[in-house]
Every structure is written in structure tokens, then in C-alpha cells.
Design a protein around this ligand. Sequence first.
Ligand SMILES: Nc1ncnc2c1ncn2[C@@H]1O[C@H](COP(=O)(O)OP(=O)(O)O)[C@@H](O)[C@H]1O
Ligand SMILES: [Mg+2]
Length: 232
Amino acid sequence: MEPREIIRRALEEGRSKLLEHEAYELVGSYNIPVPKAYLAKTPEEAGKLAEKIGYPIVLKIVSPDISHKSDVGGVILDLNSKEEVVEAAKKIFDNVSKKAPNARIAGVLVQEMVPYGLEVIVGGLRDGIFGSVVMFGIGGIFVELLRDVSFRIAPISEEEALEMINEIKASKLLEGYRGQPPIDKKALAKIIVNVGELLEENPEIQSIDLNPIMAYSSGAKVADARIIIKTK
Ligand SMILES: Nc1ncnc2c1ncn2[C@@H]1O[C@H](COP(=O)(O)OP(=O)(O)O)[C@@H](O)[C@H]1O
Ligand SMILES: [Mg+2]
């Protein structure tokens, strides 16, 4: 589906949050690397889709009413067979029906599990004064406790994006800390540039949260995407 079409349909349905598979589609259309993912309505369908993607698989609840999926038992990682996927999907529906009984459920996202990497965050928001603002940070305590993040106003050049990456206090973690290979900063810079573009070209988007992005010595991949749109 066209990116504009995804937003239009969500607005039409009065939703202020894109469903996760819609968010991936939109993000992917801006050349930001995303894992393969499909929406399943039933555990059996989840099993079939997993066979199509290959293993390991991650399952996630998809609901317009749930923001933090892990908090309601809505994420299960590292599933390695069709049977495991079917069972895990049942478990997710069961967890969510107990922990968020009033949430509307669109289904379960069947997603390629990507290799573990350094978890970084790229966020974006529309500010009344500055316009499209993009944020970069390293995941975990660096963002949550230390607020170690950098910001730029879009449009952002690749050079500016590299500055954003280098100016956070924990930037050493990206440079091969304790024998780890250095992180591909260029791949992260491209994601930052493209998030800026996505915000600029889609004025309905209020905020975007790619958290986490798995960063590797070569390349990077988004593992969670949240997009909030304006309903007028
Ligand atoms: N496709 C994936 N591949 C590998 N790890 C993943 C994937 N999706 C999620 N994870 C891991 O599971 C965690 C929780 O999933 P996430 O989609 O971020 O849920 P939440 O809504 O709770 O933030 C992520 O922070 C990441 O560490
Ligand atoms: Mg997340």
C-alpha cells in the first residue's frame, strides 16, 4: 500500500496510532530497513505466516489501544517452529485478554527475528515552534535515566546526522567498546535522515518512535516502530 494511503485509511477510521504493521510499511517505504512482518488474525494463520518468513520468529500483539506491548505479555521472542508459533500466539491472546481486557485487538504480528545488536533509538516529533525534530540516543538507561540524546531540525543532511551520533555522551559505545566491533554509523545516519524526510513529507504524523533499532557492524534494522498521527 502507498504510504499516503496508510495514513489516509487510519485517519478515516479515526485512529491516532498506526497499527504496527502499517508503521513498518510506512517506515520501509522511506528506505529504512525493517524486518519481514505480516498480520495474523488467528494462531493458525500465525503458524502459516511463520512458515513463509522462516525462523526464528517474534510474535507481537497488534492493538490500537496498547502502546507498551511487553507490559501486557504481548511480545514473545525466539520461536523456532510452526507449533511453537501457534502456541505462543494463543498465549499472547490469552495474556492480553487478562491484562488489557478492554483493548481492541487487530491480531498478532508475525515478524522475522533479527540478530541482537546495540539497541539505539531514533525518534521524531512535530514541534509547534521548530517543526520536524529528530532525536537520536542509545537504548536502555542512556535514554531513560541519563537522557543522553541529541536533536536536529529536519531536513537533516547525512553529515549532520553523523554529528548527532557523535555528540551523545555515550558515543564511545558505538566505536568498538571492550572488543566489540565498531557500529555502522553511516547506516544509522541514513535512518536519521530518512526519518526527517518522512516527518517533513507527512504533516499528519505527530511523532515516530523507532525503539529499538538493532545496530550492527554492518547495517541496522528497526525492531519496533510506533507512529502517532493527528486526528482533527
Ligand atoms: N524482530 C525482532 N527481532 C529481535 N528482537 C526483537 C524484535 N522485536 C522486538 N525485539 C526485542 O523485544 C523487545 C520488545 O519488543 P518491542 O516491539 O519493542 O515491544 P514494546 O512495545 O514492549 O516496546 C525489543 O526492545 C527488542 O529487544
Ligand atoms: Mg519497543
